[in-house]
Ligand binder design. Sequence first.
Ligand SMILES: [Zn+2]
Length: 367
Amino acid sequence: MATTIRTFPGFIDVHVHFRDPGVPEAETTASGLAAAARGGFAAVVTMPNMTPACDSPEWIAYQRDAARSAGPDAPILLPSACITKGRLGHEVADLEALAEAGAAFFTDDGSYVADDRVMEEAMRRAAGLGICICEHAMDPKEVKDGVIRDCDLARRRHLSVIPVSAETVAIRRDLSICRATGCRLHIQHISTAEGVELVRAAQKEGLPVTAEATPHHLLLSCERLPGDDANYKMAPPLGNDEDRAELRRAVKDGVLMFATDHAPHPAAKKSLGFEASANGIIGLETAIPLTWMAMVEDEGMSPEAWAEAWWKMPRSILSPRAAKRLEAARKTTVEVGEWRVMEVAKFASLSRNCPYDGMESVCWPKI
Ligand SMILES: [Zn+2]
């Protein structure tokens, strides 16, 4: 089959975890940016759940300095910043100073901001600054000690289950604060059909709400897990076939954008089975081939609409300062038509927690 080359405005991944400061053996800024470049991305937004958490202008500057040493051709690194001090959920961070320092948006990703009054104050102040609040929508009161959605594997292994309400209770609460404050709200890594329904209804109502779907929630289902393999353990957990179908419909309808939730971990943290292993998988170097197969090949989405979910929609959640930095972004070019296999051992990421080794795609970034 002849190959086709397509060029789009630069793709932006609005949800990546680099581990510097914290766990540089899992991912440094340089290795993360190298993975982003190999994956075809022009820019990435780093989550602030580093150690220490990125809750001050100093940590934004630290990441920018680290990105500068990756060289002028590296993808653009846009740090996001915490909603709350220390990402602890108790006290709103100095959002004004973080905005001034160029934070792409505010999020406590990895944790839900459980205190209603704290979230309301944060959304009021973020609305005043014109900056988006992004939410890891998993209410711990509903999650309890759950590690997986209700499925065959959960029943066979007696694993604690995370109910759908973990996501819907969180989204409902945030939508009501969004309605009261007018703050721009973005739901990260949405995973349930019911959650998507809430976002659809909110958009119809005219609320300033967006949400993202990860490649793993679009590709994988808890109904077909190959045993106790922690490469299928995520937060939020993989949904069932019905969730996956609704997520795909919503991407096709323009309700959801893409984001990877690239989450590198050392092997030791992912080899402890479903209960004890860390959450998440790497995603930067597999995102373009996987989402193309799921959405363009399987679901018949147009390549242009697919690309917009990687560049145009992500831009809409960035602060004006972060968006301005994209003026220097490279374009994203993909090559379509030749079957190639994913070889995790060859990835630029320092981590290998990825369930897709050996999978094939016909769409690859051209670097
Ligand atoms: Zn998250």
